[in-house]
Design a protein around this ligand. Structure first.
Ligand code: URA
Length: 246
């Protein structure tokens, strides 16, 4: 692999910054100065340093984003802004992708990675990673209505849903809407909106606050992202390995 590609892939800097670091003599490979970005290195066995800090090879990258309303959950789109457009040039890699999807008008926690196996396991129906949403719903919703979700409901198109747990957070009397919290264990298309639709009401605001054991980090503003901590990643991997029903 070219050393400049390696340094960029390890998020040392943009392509231009990496070129400059090489030109200015900041990079060594196996103790020898690197003079060209074209120089080939083996990321698994060669030792690369940026000044006196070793640049270690990392295969997988994991981020948690607070997806804002108005961007789509996709890697590319010819017209709309995507969640990948929110990455800065140092962190962006073209193999990153979002794990699952949130609607354009939904905000909240979204995991972005280049680890296809983990993503597959998290989304697999065999693991049923739990997701928690806060929804603003038209009208006054009662606990009895939400109790219907406990046994699993059938949507208008015949889709049968697994049991879900929902509770009332607050009824906003003046504006006449109810904030509810709902926990689902699958990820059907527009699932929360369609569940609320069975109550004869509409979702007017939707925010995902939990994905598996990951909680939307306090202080992570909409549109921002950060790398997962080691503890968060360990917990997420445990979620992905959880057998059904546990
Ligand atoms: N359910 C929905 O209706 N929309 C989302 O974005 C996520 C869950």
């Amino acid at each position: 692999m070219r050393v400049d590609k390696f340094l960029h892939a390890m998020r040392i800097g943009t392509r231009t910054q990496v070129r400059r670091l090489i030109k200015d003599g900041h990079i060594t490979a196996n103790g020898e100065p690197v003079i060209s970005g074209k120089q080939q290195i083996n990321p698994g066995s060669d030792t690369v340093f940026l000044d006196d800090v070793q640049v270690r090879y990392q295969q997988y990258f994991y981020y948690v984003m607070n997806k804002p309303v108005g961007v789509i959950t996709a890697t590319t789109d010819s017209a709309a802004k995507t969640v990948m457009d929110l990455f800065n040039t140092t962190d962006f890699r073209d193999d990153l992708f979002p794990v699952g999807r949130l609607d354009k008008d939904t905000e909240g926690i979204l995991v972005i990675t280049n680890d296809g196996a983990l993503s597959h396991d998290l989304l697999s129906p065999n693991h049923h990673v739990t997701k928690v949403y806060e929804a603003e719903v038209t009208g006054e919703i009662t606990a009895a209505q939400l109790a219907n979700f406990n046994d699993g409901i059938t949507l208008k198109d015949g889709t049968e849903l697994q049991p879900a747990q929902a509770e009332i957070v607050q009824f906003h009397e003046i504006e006449n809407f109810t904030t509810i919290r709902i926990m689902i264990h699958e990820g059907k298309y527009h699932q929360v909106k369609r569940m609320v639709g069975t109550l004869g009401e509409r979702v007017v605001g939707l925010r995902r606050i939990k994905f598996g054991s990951l909680t939307l980090p306090v202080g992570l503003l909409a549109g921002n992202y950060r790398a997962l901590t080691d503890d968060e990643l360990t917990a997420l991997k445990a979620d992905a390995n959880q057998p059904v029903g546990e």
